[in-house]
Design a protein around this ligand. Structure first.
Ligand code: NAP
Length: 247
């Protein structure tokens, strides 16, 4: 691969931003691509918005003269990664996936593993106060549970389908364990619902839940995703040094 050709980096994660910074610092041309779900994405200077599917993405790769497609999208972004792998193959460029490892339960954890947002919503015991951290776009199945009180934390405002009793906290990680513990206590949280996002920025809530004996409903990652080539920014940079002579 030529080091003179730009890299297309699919983002939407902290890792993607970190990788972009490191690659730019190494003198490489990088085009960061974001879906545009958040205000910060729309103001980021990245290329923003969907490609329109596999074939348009392959055409964009060819048109841009990219030497590699790096997929650093979120583990729960289920459509873009398989599409990206197919588009890279069509455009005859390598596809490299950066995906942080999933969290695993530790001693003292009380996790109930489920496979979907709908299953998570159904698994919440009645008359509980649940802390919901599944992203603003994942709220719909939960707000139908009128027998559960919700505290929702999300970066963007969630659609609450007319539920005026839901408390919303707008925030973006990283979060500290002491703050998470205080939040659980102040809000009298009895159950935590989360996607198994992995990484360090939002894992403090799991430590707080462990300390306080709060039950966790853990939503597994979507099946059928391309396998990870690197579990971290550091590992991806090592791989890129081998593959595209990154300084
Ligand atoms: P998704 O279901 O996999 O993707 C839906 C569509 O959004 C894709 O088909 C694609 O549109 C477009 N898209 C997604 N990521 C893109 C990117 N990096 N650049 C350009 N277009 C992109 O993804 P999602 O779950 O809606 O997530 C959207 C973005 O938010 C992702 O980039 C992801 O990294 C980030 N994110 C997601 C989550 C989550 O829990 N799902 C959490 C944090 C961050 P076209 O088909 O038109 O190309």
């Amino acid at each position: 691969m030529s080091m003179r050709r730009p890299v297309l980096l699919l983002g939407g994660t902290e890792e993607a931003r970190h990788l972009q910074r490191e690659m730019l610092a190494a003198g490489h041309e990088v085009v960061l691509s974001l879906a545009g779900r958040t205000r910060s994405a729309r103001q980021s200077g990245a290329r923003v918005g969907g490609f329109g599917g596999v074939i348009p993405m392959a055409n964009a790769i060819r048109r841009g003269g990219f030497c590699v497609l790096i997929d650093a999208t979120h583990p729960f972004a289920a459509i873009i990664s398989p599409n990206a792998k197919r588009a890279a193959r069509m455009a005859s460029v390598p596809y490299l996936r950066l995906e942080r490892p999933a969290w695993t339960a530790q001693e003292g954890d009380h996790w109930q593993n489920v496979v979907s947002l709908a299953d998570a919503a159904a698994a919440i015991p009645p008359s509980t106060r649940a802390f919901l951290t599944v992203g603003a776009g994942g709220i719909a199945p939960f707000v139908q549970r009128r027998d559960v009180q919700f505290v929702v934390r999300a970066i963007e405002p969630p659609h609450l389908a007319g539920r005026s009793d839901v408390k919303v906290i707008r925030a973006r990680g990283p979060f500290a364990t002491a703050d998470e513990r205080a939040l659980f206590q102040n809000e009298a949280i009895t159950v935590l619902v989360t996607k198994n996002a992995g990484g360090t920025a939002t894992r403090a809530k799991l430590a707080a839940a462990r300390e306080l004996g709060v039950n966790v409903i853990m939503i597994a990652r979507p099946p059928g995703q391309p396998r990870a080539d690197a579990p971290s920014v550091h590992a991806m940079l090592c791989l890129l040094r081998q593959r595209i002579s990154l300084a």
